[in-house]
Design a protein around this ligand. Sequence first.
Ligand code: UD1
Length: 431
Amino acid sequence: MLEQYIIRGGNPLVGEVEIGGAKNAALAILAASIMTDESVIIENLPNVRDVSVLLQAMEAIGVVIERLDKHTVKINGSMIHDLTIDKDYIKKIRASYYLLGALLGKYKKAEVALPGGCNIGSRPIDQHIKGFRALGAEVKIAHGMIQTEAERLTGSHIYLDVVTVGATINIMMAAALADGKTIIENAAKEPHVVDVANFLNSMGANIKGAGTDVIRIKGVEKLHKTTYSVIPDQIEAGTFMFAAAVTKGDIMIKNVIPKHLESISAKLIEIGCEVEEFDDAVRVVCSKRLRHTQVKTLPYPGFPTDMQPQIGVALALSEGTSIVTESIFENRFKYVDELSCMGANIKVEGNTAIIEGVSKYTGAKISAPDLRAGAALVLAGLAADGITVIDDIMYIERGYEEFHIKLQSLGAQIDKVTSEKEIQKFKLKTG
Ligand code: UD1
């Protein structure tokens, strides 16, 4: 039997939890770290599956990786002997495409398998390709690979047709080592875009304006060593904030940047929670039935699409009718069927979910459809009456480090099990 989570719901989560480094920033920073021949040290790296997969792919092309501790790596990209990344496992993570920008910038050539990642809708890469072409590279898609090559890269003026985190970061990386000046307009403003720009600047790049919608990059000849600490994970933090909301708990969430959580805090306050901000922590307290609201996912600083399932789970327990509109990815309501098994009353029409709040969930046997939806269903299990068993938790482990252990430390009754015997044991222990 594959690993599953088993949960006995009903306990309010109370206590403190430490948030790790941002997965989506870390993946881009790891890829960018090969752009110098000197050694780079990256701290506050989340120890999650997507990070291990990317490191494995980097090692396969000759990058030397030394794990200094659980959350720190030393990376040296001077021995890269292969510019083709075609292993099957790399297709599983979306962020593999960052190796394109990094390798193209440094070696003016790269070939990477078309990326996969969570199946949350069609995820085109046309804006990445448009950016690379504008910098003077040829880009072809053949045999399931994206192939790109340039005599030389030259700075350019690029207007992105959609706000995309991935393309903004990829173009920024390649342009950091191009000749001359690049301007990216309609750039994504997410905290991890800023983090990657800060990281590249710490290696000697010249990038200005990250965090606004115009990023200006002056190409430099080469990059140098650095030691850099990844920002805290906004989505991990947001997930624990909603864990407090749905369990009527009281959680102090530490090692966060409260500014990055503003859209999440605002919605929690709207639905009746208290949110207290500290320098590097937020406390979420919830003591009464949640209220309904409307929410639409948007690029930063709007409400993040990666938090849509978590707020959906909370609203389905709220008083009244709520409306959730998903404007970034079209296939992000896959948790709704699972949640219906637990008693939720939700109707999905196109990119909108109409939610009639119910007063409680009941435990059920369900599956994690993808990373964030999986985490949201864990929250539902924690709020539910009785036992919930969740399959396919490898999705959740792609992006959450020691999720069930952190939840246990807040008083949740949750365990990872691999056999019927362990399930019975859990039921006896918690019953
Ligand atoms: C990243 C995150 C993901 C998050 C998303 C939005 C990583 C590894 N993943 O994904 O968790 O949900 O940002 O915050 O960091 N688009 C195009 N053409 C392109 C690229 C994107 O049309 O070339 C569209 C996408 O279909 C989507 C929107 O732009 O509708 C945003 O996508 P993007 O910001 O690029 O998301 P990812 O980088 O894939």
